[in-house]
Write a protein that binds this ligand. Sequence first.
Ligand code: ATP
Length: 236
Amino acid sequence: MLLELENVSLLYGRIQALHGISLTVDEGEVVALIGANGAGKSTTMRAISGIRPVSAGRIRFAGQDITKLRADLRVVRGISQSPEGRGIFPGMSVQENLDMGAYTRRDKAAIAGDLERVFDLFPRLLERRKQPGGTLSGGEQQMLAVGRALMSRPKLLLLDEPSMGLAPMLIQQIFSIITEINQQGTTVLLVEQNAQQALSRAHRAYVLETGRIVKSGTGQELLHDASVKEAYLGVA
Ligand code: ATP
């Protein structure tokens, strides 16, 4: 097991956003987290990346307890997040943004190889590598955020709403790339509003409702689950 959350709770002041969440991600999997607005999907990601401290429960990664580990040290351990809303550096060039992704690494040759891999996955970023990140289109910024997360060579890639705001054709493309990244050996935990795509691509998935996991199963099981269909797939 690569990642394990055990009864994780998280508070924003007096607001309890997560109520004892337990989930696992195995090495090599794509796991999706689906749920309505405000269900706690992004909060779960923040707990895993260490951006917000948990108030109870335990997080284990690669066999070690990381519940209290600083966020930057989680990156060094192999957890990398491509945040919702993209979060790229608008004043820096595409190339500089990608370099930032590798800031915890010292292995220059391997970094160069990974940069090549990112440009193979996203040829558009290669064309625009000298352009300021802030001048990219929404879809391109999304690619840059994913590319930057990959530059830390993560064991676990956390993707928060990678399809957000993208045109349908680009949504297909970004999901294909996620599958490709996974096939190249990266484990992926994916938060998505686009439940149809996420469940079709994921090995397994969890459904979050008001800070609790209410259902889990393989992507295919959930795609055919009556209540999931009704609530998240727009099919009665
Ligand atoms: P969305 O898809 O709308 O982003 P989500 O499932 O990712 O939803 P979260 O962003 O995790 O949901 O929010 C879970 C709950 O925590 C919501 O009720 C939200 O209002 C609350 N919340 C999130 N961030 C904060 C914050 N910084 N301070 C206070 N409450 C917060």
